[in-house]
Design a binder for this molecule. Structure first.
Ligand code: MTE
Ligand code: MO
Length: 407
């Protein structure tokens, strides 16, 4: 089987699903007429929608390589549809076709018996496991950093929640037999830099983490094969950790007897070695560490920024909350800029790596502008912060505020 796409628009249209969402978003105010441009959000220029093969209309951030953001309205579901899942690649040479007859996953390095597996063998020879987990780019919400920082100017849509199915990495490592003295495991995919001077994308995990039984080599997302742009045919799933570790089109796993020194660990995706990854723009931290577990955060998905709601009528505020794997204990919402807080209802629990949908019915007591805020507490007792800044624009976890107009 060959999975292939040419990067031309018009392929794989699924307009019906999109229109359904548009309806759910409320009279097209969110995304505007198709297929051109979205309605202007409260800040910044209008979002341009684009449709790549295997995907629905997504917000275009960068086109080469594609960086596509999920419109907020999709987060009103527990699981983010595959076709609407955001896309981020670093290198120009992304796979546009994968032939499963030729594709092999290789696991080698500091092991007794190197493995070479086709996707069919991976499916047949190992018991599948499934888990729901949030995949969030480290730079999600970067555009809200003040002062601004360079990098993809994401709003809140560089994330998604999906059910991942595959084989625990531990099982593969045990099959290969990790030799004494191993310290890390590195991961590489099919994508290639356009220039020889650019380092190939690669990440590494400590051996104990790689063997925790939860890190997974996934071949399915929400019960279907992965879209090419999301890493078909295999991707690493690292529950609770930022998506930079979730290597796509995964074809190479190396057990290392020394620390991995690749660019994408040693230089890129580093955060200040401070509590919560915070640093001051005036006095940046001198020590950095590789980014790792996701911070606690909670977001509004309804209303949209700038949306108008009826005064003196009930309106259901909605959002999602998640953290790096302890789970969500509670969510509180303020409709008066933080003066008073009410407890939101939580939707069902899909596991500690999933996000938790929350709702709160609110009746604006009159016309005017309301300052909405949301904050979560994790099962580990972690709380959100009032302010966060770092030079990478990573790990945003501040208490969100969104203004809504009641009329
Ligand atoms: N092979 C490969 N895997 C990769 C990347 C990449 O550039 N190449 N980018 C990583 C980063 S930084 C992110 S945010 C996620 C994005 O996953 P998605 O495109 O499925 O949403 O993929 C990760 N895995
Ligand atoms: Mo990312």
């Amino acid at each position: 089987m060959v999975k292939k796409h040419a990067f031309s628009p018009g392929e794989g249209l699924n307009r019906r699903a999109f229109v359904r969402w548009l309806g759910a978003a409320g009279a097209g105010t969110l995304l505007g007429p198709l297929p051109a441009r979205a309605g202007a959000p409260a800040r910044g220029p209008a979002d341009q929608l684009v449709r790549f093969p295997g995907k629905t209309d997504l917000i275009l951030r960068v086109d080469r390589p594609p960086q596509l953001e999920t419109p907020l309205a999709y987060f009103r579901e527990e699981l983010t549809p595959n076709e609407a899942f955001y896309v981020r690649w670093h290198l120009e040479g992304i796979p546009t076709a994968v032939d499963l007859n030729e594709f092999r996953l290789r696991l080698g390095g500091h092991v007794e018996r190197p493995l070479t597996l086709s996707v069919a063998e991976l499916r047949r020879q190992f018991e599948p496991v499934s888990l729901v987990a949030v995949n969030q780019c480290s730079g999600n919400s970067r555009s809200f950093f003040e002062p601004r920082v360079p990098g993809g100017q994401w709003k809140n849509g560089a994330m998604g929640n999906a059910r991942w199915t595959g084989v625990p990495l531990r099982v593969l490592l045990d099959r290969a037999g990790v030799k004494a003295g191993a310290v890390e495991v590195s991961f590489g995919g099919l994508d290639r830099p356009a220039l020889a001077a650019t380092p190939k994308f690669g990440k590494a995990l400590a051996l104990d983490h790689a063997r925790d039984g939860e890190v997974m080599v996934a071949y399915e997302m929400n019960g279907a094969e992965l879209p090419l742009l999301n890493g078909f045919p295999l991707r690493l799933v690292v529950p609770g950790w930022y998506a930079t570790y979730w290597v796509k089109a995964l074809n190479e796993i190396q057990v290392l007897s020394e620390r991995f020194t690749g660019f994408w660990m040693a230089t890129a995706y580093r955060i200040p070695n401070t509590a919560d990854g915070n640093e001051s723009p005036d006095h940046p931290a001198t020590q950095t560490v590789p980014i790792n577990r996701m911070s606690l955060r909670s977001l509004f998905v309804r209303p949209e920024p700038g949306e108008r709601v009826p005064a003196n009528a009930p309106f259901e505020l909605q959002g999602v909350a998640f953290d790096g794997g302890s789970g969500i204990r509670g969510v509180e919402v303020s409709t008066d800029g933080g003066a008073t807080w009410r407890t939101a209802r939580l939707d069902r629990d899909l596991g500690r790596y999933s996000w938790r949908r929350w709702r709160l019915t609110w009746q604006p007591p009159g016309a005017g502008t309301y300052h909405l805020r949301v904050r979560a507490v994790s099962q580990a007792g972690q709380e959100q912060t009032a302010r966060l800044w770092n030079r990478g624009g990573y790990m945003r976890n501040v208490i969100e505020q969104t203004d809504v107009e009641a009329e």
